[in-house]
Design a protein around this ligand. Structure first.
Ligand code: PLP
Length: 364
């Protein structure tokens, strides 16, 4: 049949593969595939969502004024320099869309977040992949990829799917060595999981520098993945460009209200961070004890662990065995990680369950 022909760079996109949420013919015991908060959603955010039912016929506030003010207050930022999106995914797409196009290059690390490549290709730009250093982000490798055609550099810190974290000094070094006309996007989707002493300095950099965009999300620690609310902070010039291509009513009324309420529940966020730190460390110890079977964790500062299978039991076999017991994790052959499983830190019961299953899979 005759049909319009998509642009060649669109056909070059491998579609994003989301984490599974169901098991064919089976019961889900634990969904540990999408880095969602096992403690749920702050109660005040639920109440705010419910209250939005009273105005479903109205468009949302297109300027997200109250949300920007709440974010600005929480992080000591200028509300005029906050962009918001349908998840931070949209903000990442806006960054590529406003600053890169055909003939330009967009740099990110191998084993980086899958959206970066899609965002680059979508606008016809060429993705350039910087090698990792044993799964960690290597600032020198990123810098070696910079050419006169580089327009955007994406760095997730902590990174997904590796959980790897680059210290603040390294982010500052990366920024200092980049040409001023290259946009450095620092994706902090997991920043709230960091210990208080771990600050990569990205927001401070974005306050001062003209070419830095920091992105954050309400999908992870704030427990609002369903509502798709993300935001970014950058110079007035960068934010102005992003607004020009943003969809007019891109964040919903209920989502804006729920996000504001979630920001107000510092105790929930702290409880989530402490829970994660405790069970991430516990899980990493459990995997370390399976080192003689070839398992190891990439050191993580996020709410998940990338477990590498470098012995006789493959990640694929473990993935299917876990599924058979109702545990959904992320196997990532499409991202160059056929030997890895990314496992979200869940409840205590879920973590004890998956550790026990992994021990029995290896012993079998
Ligand atoms: C989950 C995630 C996001 C964003 O998610 P949204 O739900 O679109 O806000 C962005 N970057 C990384 C690295 C992530 O893991």
């Amino acid at each position: 049949m005759n049909a319009p022909v998509p642009k060649p760079w669109i056909l070059g996109i491998a579609p994003y593969v989301p984490g599974r949420s169901t098991i064919d013919g089976g019961t889900v015991v634990a969904k540990l595939s999408s880095n969602e908060n096992p403690l749920g959603t702050p109660p005040a955010a639920r109440a705010a969502f419910d209250a939005a039912l009273g105005s479903l016929e109205r468009y949302p506030d297109p300027a997200a004024t109250a949300l920007r003010e709440a974010i600005a207050q929480a992080h000591d930022l200028d509300p005029a320099r906050i962009i918001y999106g349908t998840g931070s995914d949209e903000v990442l797409h806006l960054a590529a869309g406003a600053f890169a196009g055909v003939g330009d290059e967009v740099v990110f690390v191998r084993y980086g977040f899958a959206v970066y490549e899609i965002a680059a290709r979508r606008v016809g730009a060429t993705p350039v992949i910087a090698p990792d250093r044993d799964y960690a982000t290597d600032v020198d490798a990123i810098l070696a990829c910079i050419t006169p055609n580089t327009r955007v550099v994406f760095v997730a810190n902590p990174n997904n799917p590796t959980g790897a974290y680059v210290a603040g000094g390294e982010i500052a070094r990366l920024h200092a060595a980049l040409p001023r006309d290259v946009l450095l996007v620092i994706d902090q989707a997991y920043a709230e999981y960091l210990a208080p002493e771990d600050d990569d300095g990205a927001l401070a950099l974005a306050r001062e520098a003209g070419n830095v965009l920091v992105t954050r999300t309400f999908s992870k620690i704030y427990g609002l993945a369903a509502e798709r609310i993300g935001w970014g902070y950058g110079s007035a010039e960068v934010i102005d460009a992003l607004h020009r291509i943003r969809a007019p009513f891109n964040v919903t009324t209920a989502g804006q209200a729920a996000a504001i309420a979630a920001l107000g529940d510092a105790a929930f966020v702290e409880r989530s961070r402490v829970h994660n730190a405790q069970w991430l460390a516990w899980f990493e110890d459990q995997i370390a004890a399976l080192g003689n079977a070839g398992l190891r964790c990439v050191p993580s500062k996020a709410n998940f662990s990338l477990v590498l299978f470098e012995g006789p039991v493959t990640a694929e076999a473990a993935y299917h065995a876990l599924l058979a017991h109702g545990f959904i994790v992320r196997w990532l052959p499409g991202q160059g990680l056929p030997h890895g499983l990314r496992i979200t830190i869940g409840t205590e019961q879920q973590m004890r369950g998956i550790a026990q299953l992994l021990r029995s899979i290896i012993a079998a």
